[in-house]
Ligand binder design. Structure first.
Ligand SMILES: [Zn+2]
Length: 275
């Protein structure tokens, strides 16, 4: 699933083009993609978007009259693209906005499962929809992160992925961040020293900024990640082969030398834990 670096890179790309012209046609939308029916999509027609905003892994497109907000959650396989006038697009996008002048915003989703979603909301509804999210990960800072870690005992990989606690990080960037901070994915939040919290806060900003810069330049996953999905490849710091472990429903990648004092972590799959 796209996380902060990917979503923020797309937001920056879309901000100008989506706000350049009024919407002439909203839809069609796949029945599984459009999650709301009141107000109808046609309420967007004739209005202009103020730009593209982002909250956690969601994109928001408020109208410039302040009355409506189009909220998009791409989930794992959804992609949002702005097509210039005359540029050929997909035949049956999951969702489409056509702008005056011929530009289009199209949402496509690879695979048969339609999991991406589009919501047309009032600003109040949008606020309620986003209420459960924790503070943005990028720029969270040592102090706030320290409070979050002290509040409950959680394994670090699980905490970083919990959108209600810290928003914008998923399993890929959790792997990159914990490696940079030299912390075990299984370390418990309440066991962290102040020094470790400081390293973690710094690693969050440094890795997310590194990811954003690469994504803005169009880098693919292989070039962007240094730990995630790099099983058996040499660690970029120490050369030890990267290891993997199954935890809850995810596969975690880590360096045993940099992060766990040489220990190999044991699987903690959800199915095993429930047994
Ligand atoms: Zn290493």
């Amino acid at each position: 699933m796209p996380e902060f670096p990917e979503m923020e890179a797309w937001r920056r790309q879309l901000d100008d083009p989506v706000s350049a012209f009024p919407i002439v046609k909203a839809g069609p939308a796949h029945i599984a993609t459009l999650k709301t029916y009141d107000p109808p999509l046609s309420a967007l027609e004739g209005r202009q978007l103020a730009g593209a905003e982002r909250r956690a892994k969601r994109l928001l497109f408020p109208t410039d009259d302040g009355e409506l907000v189009l909220l998009v959650h791409l989930m794992t396989a959804g992609r949002l693209k702005y097509l210039q006038a005359g540029q050929e697009g997909p035949k049956t996008p999951a969702f489409r906005l056509a702008f005056q002048g011929g530009g289009q915003l199209v949402l496509t989703e690879a695979g048969a499962k339609k999991r991406a979603g589009v919501w047309l909301l009032s600003p109040e509804q949008a606020e309620a929809e986003l209420e459960h999210l924790g503070p943005e990960a990028f720029g969270i800072g040592e102090e706030r992160l320290g409070e979050i870690c002290a509040a409950e005992s959680r394994r670090l990989h699980s905490l970083l992925r919990d959108q209600r606690v810290i928003a914008g990080i998923g399993r890929a960037w959790a792997n990159e961040i914990l490696h940079r901070a030299q912390l075990s994915p299984y370390a418990l939040t309440q066991d962290l020293t102040p020094d470790a919290v400081e390293r973690l806060a710094e690693a969050i900003d440094a890795e997310l900024a590194r990811g954003l810069e690469l994504r803005e330049r169009g880098a693919n996953d292989k070039r962007t990640y240094r730990v995630h999905k790099k099983l058996a490849e040499p660690c970029y710091v120490c050369g030890t082969p990267i290891a993997q472990v199954d935890f809850e429903e995810h596969t975690i990648y880590y360096c045993p030398s940099c992060q766990t004092g040489g220990r190999i972590l044991k699987d903690r799959r959800l199915s095993k834990l429930l047994r």
